[in-house]
Design a protein around this ligand. Structure first.
Ligand code: CMC
Length: 436
């Protein structure tokens, strides 16, 4: 459209500029030509925390936060959660299309083949303290994979990239399960390629002396659905980290380790662990009002609430609530769900939350299900990281194939000292006193 432009008048110079608009976006570099004179660097935008800046064009995930819509490669999350396996969704994210049955069989087989980890990894896992956080172990062991696959550094080679993608998706549950068993001092269990992705993870976590682990089908399916819901979420903090580190053409293991570090924070993936601690602290419905009052006073945060992009109910939280009731049929009801639901009810009718459009996010209910299934809170973020690896890798592939992308390197607005001369150490106290 001809009128898809923006006209800007610079009041400093009275000059007018016309800038193209594409998909509701202007290119920041187009602002550079807005100058007060030839010596001027040109106009920049200042956007701490990327509140209004698109860092890439992506065809992986669509999210409409106002309407509460989430789609992977165009498919609504609700349909994928109902009909797919996690590996099918991982294939979709990475390849752009749902697999045919042959393609899926082949993909499952490739992933199954790469689930084992080098025996040496077990040895250095033994070096971690028994109480090391599972996310810290996961981050370190994923980074360490780069020492086992030095060819992974050749990220320009599509074949090499594909091999590492398969290895990472395949080995994440194994590393995560070993980290868990290390904590408990239990022997490590090898993956069983006959099982599904989720069943296999459960096998490596919980198998004791039985010759073959048989997962409860309802719980295995619930885990598979939770994995699907967590598989990608466009440019969130950890995905942005994956892209930023990946843009330096670092190997995918080091890059994924950086993404895991970002995910571990309580404002991001670490929120699910914090929600459980918060619910435990609240303890009974009678304490909810007092807790909400503290939140409104700015003394606390209601963990599992709020989102940078969703200003409506997170569609993943809606699906998770359904999964919860299926899981509780098997495990018995986790009493924390009643506190969570009451908390949600009170929050959603309170002016503070309504005004700020704060709704439950994916982390609000997931931990309650994980706990009912037998996971400890410190494992919850690992359960987020395993499936998110597929999304990170899809975005990493897209980045490396995007001719517009370069090393990620933001600008800054410098607010420090002007040039000043060095002061010898013996004169500094005197100089400081003179200023004071
Ligand atoms: N409890 C109480 N107040 C909140 C909360 C909350 N959970 N979240 C946001 N607010 C308030 C915030 O104080 C601010 O109020 P005011 O305008 O008076 O200053 C307003 O709502 C806007 O919040 P913001 O911090 O500017 O929003 P943001 O986009 O920078 O932060 C967030 C998004 C997810 C970090 C934040 O909502 C939060 O800290 N939530 C709790 C942690 C959490 O559940 N994180 C998981 C996010 S979803 C999954 C994932 O990404 O991993």
């Amino acid at each position: 459209m001809d009128n898809e432009t923006l006209t800007i008048t610079d009041n400093r110079t009275q000059q007018t500029y016309t800038i193209p608009i594409s998909r509701g976006t202007i290119r920041a570099m187009d602002l550079r030509k807005i100058k007060t004179g030839p010596e001027d660097f040109g106009l920049m935008t200042y956007d701490p925390a990327f509140m209004n800046t698109a860092s890439c064009q992506s065809a992986v995930t669509f999210l409409d936060g106002e309407k509460g819509i989430l789609r992977y490669r165009g498919y609504p999350i609700e349909q994928l959660a109902e009909h797919c396996t996690f590996l099918e969704v991982a294939y979709l994210l990475l390849q752009g299309e749902l697999p045919t049955s042959d393609e899926l069989a082949n993909w499952n087989c490739e992933i199954g083949h790469h689930m084992m980890i080098h025996e040496n990894i077990k040895k250095f896992m033994d070096g971690f303290n028994h109480d090391a956080h599972p996310m810290s172990i996961l981050m370190s062991t994923v980074a360490a994979l780069s020492t086992f696959y030095p060819e992974a550094r050749t990220v320009s080679d599509a074949k090499v990239r594909r091999k590492q993608v398969i290895r990472l998706i395949a080995k994440m549950p194994t590393l995560a399960a070993y980290a868990y068993r290390h904590r408990l001092g239990l022997p490590y269990i090898y993956p069983d390629p006959e099982l599904t992705y989720a069943q296999n993870y459960m096998n490596m976590l919980w198998r004791r002396t039985e010759p073959k682990y048989v997962a409860n089908p309802v719980l295995a399916r619930a885990l598979e659905v939770l994995f699907i819901l967590h598989a990608d979420h466009e440019q969130n903090c950890s995905t942005n980290t994956m892209r930023a580190v990946g843009s330096s053409t670092a190997d995918p293991y080091s890059t994924a380790a950086a993404a895991i570090a970002a995910l571990s924070g309580p404002l991001h993936g670490g929120a699910n662990e914090e929600v459980l601690r918060m619910l435990a602290e609240i303890g009974t419905k009678a304490n909810i009002a007092g807790f909400i009052a503290q939140v409104k006073d700015g003394k606390r945060k209601l963990m599992g609430f709020g989102h940078r992009v969703y200003k409506n109910y997170d569609p993943r939280a809606r699906i998770i609530k359904q999964v919860a009731s299926e899981v509780f049929e098997v495990t018995g009801r986790n009493p924390k769900i009643d506190i969570a639901m009451e908390l949600e009810k009170i929050a959603l009718s309170d002016e503070y939350f309504i005004k700020r459009k704060l709704y439950p996010n994916v982390d609000f209910y997931s931990g309650i299900i994980y706990e009912a299934m037998g996971f400890k809170p410190e494992q919850f973020t690992v359960l987020f990281g395993i499936p998110r690896t597929a999304g990170w890798l899809a975005q990493w592939q897209e980045l490396l194939q995007d001719p517009e992308q370069k090393i990620a390197r933001p600008r800054q607005v410098y607010i420090g000292e002007e040039r000043r001369d060095f002061i010898p150490i013996e004169e500094r106290a005197l100089a400081a006193a003179a200023i004071a």
